[in-house]
Design a protein around this ligand. Sequence first.
Ligand SMILES: [Zn+2]
Length: 105
Amino acid sequence: MKKKPKRSRALRREADREQEKLAGAARRLHALEAGGSAEHPLELPSASVVEVDALGRRCGACGGDVKLVEHTVIEHEGRRLRVGRVSCKLCRAEWRWFYRIAAPN
Ligand SMILES: [Zn+2]
């Protein structure tokens, strides 16, 4: 009879914790980045490129491709911002990108 790999579960848990720690650090960095928070949104010429831009950015935790979760509009200090919420296809971390749409001329 084969021995069960007893430690694999514990190891996996440890790896998960490690991943979470990394994701936490990546998240703090993300919040400081342009577009990473409502305080410093990225500027875009039109709302139609919000999703394209958000999808073009990689997961801050593992560098994986992301998919769109939703595209919403929020009010922040009297300004309307677009939020592109994406999640990583690999580690499933969620990221929010904030955009200000330049006023049409
Ligand atoms: Zn990821």
